[in-house]
Design a protein around this ligand. Structure first.
Ligand code: ADP
Ligand code: MG
Length: 699
């Protein structure tokens, strides 16, 4: 017999071919199970009726019960009308107001009939009013049974076709009523009992049709837990399988290279945080397991040095190491930094990017195969199949949260065993998100900046306050500093983007005729970009005008001002990254966020957060809350997380943690997946993997 969950929704009452097609096209709902997992996004308590004399304007949606006394029509302008119905419930009068659909409303609703009016109260002209309320005849509603009313997300197209939240509610309700058999359980009883979770059947029914707030809370908790639990089980299962399948190189030896560097070349003492992280890394490298470690540290916290010292350990043990950056500029900068750190040490460091061609490229490739190249610095070009190493023991991936499981797996055919992997990111990822995106990685954090750094002062200016902005810039340049001016990237139109930059550039040249400029944008050839950047790095130019290509990693300690134009167009983490380009030297640095004067609440919040704090973790948390995790880079590409339908990584951090712990217990207790009590878990996981993940991307 066909499982009810697999049945086509077309056969549900209230769904014909037309609605079915719309649901499929707009929301991807085709089967009963899809509809079940199409959860409401909010609920409104309809179990209680309020009195007019207890209304307050800060109340959410509420309902009142009473009768219309009379209608009045006003002409606000010759072409605009407003219909008002005075509504009395025995305790006071509230106004029901329509700005459109006036004819319909005045015909539909009658004086003297008892109605239940549902809407959000606000105050107008000293009276409470409800604009465009939902109105039902009191006789038609059985309020005691209504409980919490669910609201489902619908699209414009659906609304136009009359497929509203209410219609979905009705379809879902009749479907649930038709399902006489309880839904199959998807969590084993020992977990459900221990955590006091309601059954899947109860949870599903109550999430769509809760009688009260408590039922709803329990239902949502159960469903969120289940969702996050399977994500964690998937990640941990994968990590554990990898570990069992592959051995890691053992780098136990700390030899002349590392010690020589530490003794003679390290220009400054390590911070305590750097020392702690080095200890964690050394432990991994000596353990016989392959290291998969995420190194988080705010911009400027000194990750590059940690990466270099880790590479030196690989060298001491007779292996080669490689460091990958997301852009050519950054790769070149790493090359320069590393060579400078190493000074006269006898270590061959080479660069491999898209612009290294011909003879030069051939020499590097040969050096990798014969083992004479010790450290390779490169871009993604490094993971191409043509690049082969003699003994690759360690790969460092810098500033790259787009480097998921699949890419890591690609590295493995470059050496006998999988090389150790250290992923570094300056975009601090909140713990709960890291657990999900990088759930198979161990995490180290550098939570301390090198001494002597002055926090960057961040100011907000409107774009009509350029006089003070320009004089500030002039002041800093007179003191010998350099300035970044960043133009926003307009995603919709690269052409506009460039035009924006060019026009702005011309204006700036007129404002500052006495200074020299560098200009960098994404459309330039790599060599050109490099030349412009170098002029700025060497101090030949005072102002660098750029689109966001400078976002990651550029290190010019003498630059002390970061001006971000149209700051309202940037996300928080981007702003934070950009700000991280200054504050690297000893002098006081500034970040100036320039925006238009009218800002939405959310944008204003973003800008205020930037002005209030330099703490990347606080900013990342705020970002996650403001934007939701779906937007964050990496969540899609990670390839590990299922589509989350009800849980929210930003808000459900504690459930993520709980799910993680429970999943870990299962993995630890059943490494071979052969315990009977867990068989349901492994079956369910296999089914989810089939429908939710593109595993072919992972070799
Ligand atoms: P990020 O973590 O952003 O990659 P970098 O590695 O580029 O940071 O380091 C930023 C700057 O701080 C560099 O100029 C680096 O040489 C310097 N630095 C790193 N570690 C220390 C330290 N322990 N003491 C002083 N300066 C340091
Ligand atoms: Mg860096």
């Amino acid at each position: 017999m066909l499982d009810i969950l697999d049945q086509d929704i077309q056969y549900l009452s209230g769904v014909g071919p037309k609605k079915k097609e719309m649901l499929q096209k707009e929301l991807g709902i085709g089967k009963v199970s899809d509809l079940l997992e199409y959860y409401p996004y909010k609920y409104v308590d309809r179990s209680r009726i309020y009195h007019v004399d207890e209304l307050r304007s800060d109340m959410p949606f509420v309902q009142i019960k009473g009768r219309i006394l009379s209608f009045e029509e006003f002409e606000t302008t010759p072409r605009k009308k407003r219909l008002v119905a005075h509504f009395y419930d025995g305790t006071g009068v509230a106004d029901l107001v329509w700005f459109s659909g006036i004819k319909y409303a005045s015909q539909q609703y009658k004086e003297g009939v008892e109605y239940i009016v549902f809407g959000k109260p606000s105050v107008y002209g000293g009276r409470y009013q409800f604009a465009h309320p939902d109105i039902d005849k009191a006789a038609d509603l059985q309020l005691s049974q209504m409980g919490m009313q669910p609201y489902y997300m619908t699209t414009e197209k659906m609304k136009k076709a009359g497929l509203t939240s209410r219609s979905i509610e009705k379809i879902t309700k009749s479907m649930l009523e038709k399902m006489s058999e309880p839904l199959r359980e998807t969590l084993p009883p020992f977990i459900a009992n221990r955590l006091r979770l309601v059954s899947r059947d109860t949870a599903m029914r109550n999430v769509h049709y809760p009688k009260n707030a408590e039922d709803l809370r329990n239902a949502r908790f159960r469903l969120k837990f289940e969702e996050l639990f399977y994500v964690q089980l998937n990640i941990l299962r994968y990590a554990s399988d990898q570990r069992r399948k592959y051995r890691g190189y053992v780098f136990q030896h700390i030899g002349n290279i590392f010690n020589g560097f530490y003794r003679d070349h390290l220009p400054f003492p390590l911070t305590d945080a750097q020392k702690r992280v080095m200890r964690e890394i050394r432990q991994d490298l000596g353990s016989g397991r392959q290291m998969n470690r995420l190194l988080q540290g705010d911009v400027g916290s000194g990750k590059t040095l940690v990466a270099l010292m880790t590479m030196l350990i690989a060298l001491d043990n007779g292996y080669q190491a490689c460091i990958m950056a997301p852009t050519e500029i950054l790769a070149e900068q790493h090359l320069a930094t590393i060579r400078e750190f190493l000074g006269d040490m006898d270590i061959r460091v080479e660069l491999l990017t898209g612009i290294v061609k011909g003879k030069k490229r051939k020499a590097v490739l040969e050096g990798l195969i014969d083992g004479s190249v010790n450290i390779l610095v490169g871009t993604h070009a490094v993971i191409e199949d043509t690049v082969q190493f003699l003994r690759l023991g360690l790969v460092v991936v810098d500033e790259q949260h787009r480097f998921g499981v699949a890419q890591r797996a690609k590295l493995w055919n470059k050496s006998q065993n999988p090389p150790h992997v250290l992923v570094m990111t300056a975009t601090p990822i909140p713990r709960t998100l890291a657990m999900t995106i990088y759930g198979d990685l161990d995490v180290s954090v550098i939570d301390q900046l090198p001494p002597g750094r002055k926090p960057v002062v961040t100011l907000h200016k409107y774009n009509n306050q350029t006089t003070s902005l320009y004089s500030g810039i002039r002041q800093q340049i007179k003191e010998g500093r350099q300035v970044y001016i960043v133009f926003p990237l307009i995603k919709e139109s690269e052409k506009l983007d460039l035009q924006n930059l060019e026009e702005g550039f011309e204006t700036l040249k007129e404002v500052f005729p006495e200074y020299r400029f560098s200009k960098v944008h994404g459309k330039m050839k790599a060599a050109e970009k490099e030349e412009e950047m170098q002029k700025f790095v060497k101090g030949e130019t005072q102002i660098l005008v750029a689109t966001t290509v400078i976002e990651v990693g550029v290190n010019v300690p003498n630059a002390s001002v970061m001006v971000i134009l149209n700051a309202e167009r940037f996300g928080l983490s981007q702003l934070h990254q950009l700000r991280g380009r200054v504050g690297r030297g000893a002098s006081q640095s500034y970040c100036i966020l320039v925006s238009k004067p009218q800002l939405s609440d959310e944008t204003r919040k973003r800008i205020n957060i930037m002005c209030d704090t330099n703490d990347g973790f606080l900013i990342a948390e705020a970002d996650l809350k403001l934007r939701g995790p779906g937007d964050l880079e990496g969540t899609q590409q990670s390839g590990m997380a299922f589509d989350l339908k009800i849980a929210d990584i930003a808000r459900d951090g504690q459930i993520v943690q709980l799910a993680r712990e429970e999943a870990q217990k299962i993995i630890d207790g059943d490494p071979n997946c052969d315990k009977t009590e867990n068989s349901m878990l492994w079956q369910r996981l296999a089914a989810l993997r089939k429908t939710n993940i593109n595993w072919s991307a992972i070799s």
